[in-house]
Design a protein around this ligand. Structure first.
Ligand code: PLP
Length: 258
């Protein structure tokens, strides 16, 4: 008899280049021996350089898919990536309530190539409606600043995000200048934890999705939050070191064996 495979419910965008979005989730989870229950929140027109268009999936279709799936399958963790539109938030919130498991949220707002992935007012809807139910939030520095406009520092952003009810806010520093990449894990009840990684020479497409999925995988396998954050960063760093080109733009993480 095969041991039971934990399942992670993923709500993510589809990226035809295969670097980010649901494919990043499926590859990362599979590499950890975890099964992805995958729902597409948005289709995109994009390549390895940037995103040209985002087409949100109808919230009614998303609700029907979730109703059907959750009547049958019980996920150990929920992982949220790109959310196609604010109109999807009530449907996603309802699914989170029904699952009653830890939720990892990568608050995707803008593509690494610079184009917005969500409407201008989406960040405030995300903070107000979704964040109170999130266990781990993984913004990069730019996303943290956009989620908390006007905050005096990244620490102040993290505090405001923790104040919504999240258990951990991991602000990643891949998009910040510096010889190394510094990620900082904030929690309500203890000092922040600093993680420092060598900055690799290339730029990457899908690194944030990979990290958030790896955290979801580690939680589904039974890690506590601190172990999950650390082990997921180690694994993501290894997949970035094994990154490869799929086109003329940024490299995508090597999440599967060649
Ligand atoms: N497309 C989708 C569907 C995504 O989920 C994301 C990021 O999470 C992106 C594009 C942008 O990825 P990146 O900023 O790594 O290029």
């Amino acid at each position: 008899m095969q041991p039971e495979r934990p399942r992670v419910l993923c709500l993510s965008g589809h990226d035809p280049s295969g670097g980010a979005g649901l494919q990043a989730d499926i590859e990362t989870l599979s590499a950890h021996g975890v099964h992805a229950l995958g729902l597409v929140t948005a289709l995109t027109v994009q390549d390895s350089r940037d995103v040209a268009r985002v087409i949100a999936i109808d919230p009614d279709l998303l609700r029907a898919q979730l109703d059907c799936l959750l009547a049958d399958c019980r996920p150990a963790v929920v992982k949220l990536g790109l959310i196609g539109a604010a109109a999807q938030l009530p449907v996603i919130l309802d699914a989170i309530r029904r699952c009653a498991v830890p939720v990892v949220c990568d608050p995707v707002l803008r593509a690494g190539g610079g184009s917005p992935l969500v409407a201008e007012d989406f960040a405030s809807a995300l903070v107000r409606q979704l964040l109170p139910g999130i266990t781990v939030l993984t913004p990069n520095a730019a996303e943290a600043r956009r989620l908390v406009p006007g905050a005096a520092s990244l620490e102040a952003c993290a505090q405001a995000l923790l104040d919504t009810g999240c258990s951990r806010v991991l602000i990643t520093g891949g998009d910040e200048p510096g010889a190394s990449v510094v990620n900082i894990g904030y929690r309500p009840d203890a000092a922040p934890r600093r993680y420092e990684w060598p900055r690799l020479p290339e730029t990457f497409h899908g690194a944030g999705c990979t990290l958030a999925s790896a955290i979801a995988a580690r939680l589904a396998l039974g890690d506590d939050l601190d172990a999950a954050l650390l082990q997921a960063q180690v694994w993501t760093q290894q997949s970035l070191a094994a990154a490869f080109a799929v086109g003329r733009g940024r490299r995508i993480p090597g999440r599967t064996r060649p």
